[in-house]
Design a protein. Structure first.
Length: 129
């Protein structure tokens, strides 16, 4: 597959700086009008991916991923207690503009776009390839 004709975009779903899961752009602004080509529902982004994979609800730093959509979006998701210590808290990067297979490059791009999210993780994030 080829990279998206729409260009690179990275979004973050999770807790920005206080409890509550929302979709954010790279400037930390809540995205109310999500991109029409983003193929996943909020229910999947809000721990659905992890629950579907039966990933134990614990902060391990392991980042899982999948791809989807006509414009090929990457979803990177992990359990995250860095802002909200309650159970079932997760975070995710949603990235468009990369071909397949370019999971590592797409993940690296997302990490560069959201450095404060990456820095606050303990243990550090590790993409599971």
């Amino acid at each position: 597959m080829t990279a998206s004709m729409l260009g690179k975009m990275a979004l973050y779903f999770g807790c920005w700086d206080s409890p509550g899961h929302f979709l954010y752009d790279v400037n930390g602004l809540t995205v109310y009008d999500r991109p029409s080509d983003l193929p996943w529902s909020e229910g999947l982004m809000d721990s659905g991916f992890l629950k579907n994979r039966k990933v134990r609800d614990a902060t391990t730093g392991k980042v899982y991923w999948t791809v989807g959509g006509w414009e090929l979006w990457y979803a990177f998701f992990w359990w995250d207690r860095s802002v909200d210590s309650r159970g079932a808290c997760n975070s995710g990067f949603y990235v468009r503009g990369f071909g397949y297979p370019e999971a590592q490059a797409a993940f690296d791009y997302a990490c560069a776009q959201f450095p404060h999210v990456v820095r606050r993780q303990s243990p550090p994030l590790v993409l599971q390839l």
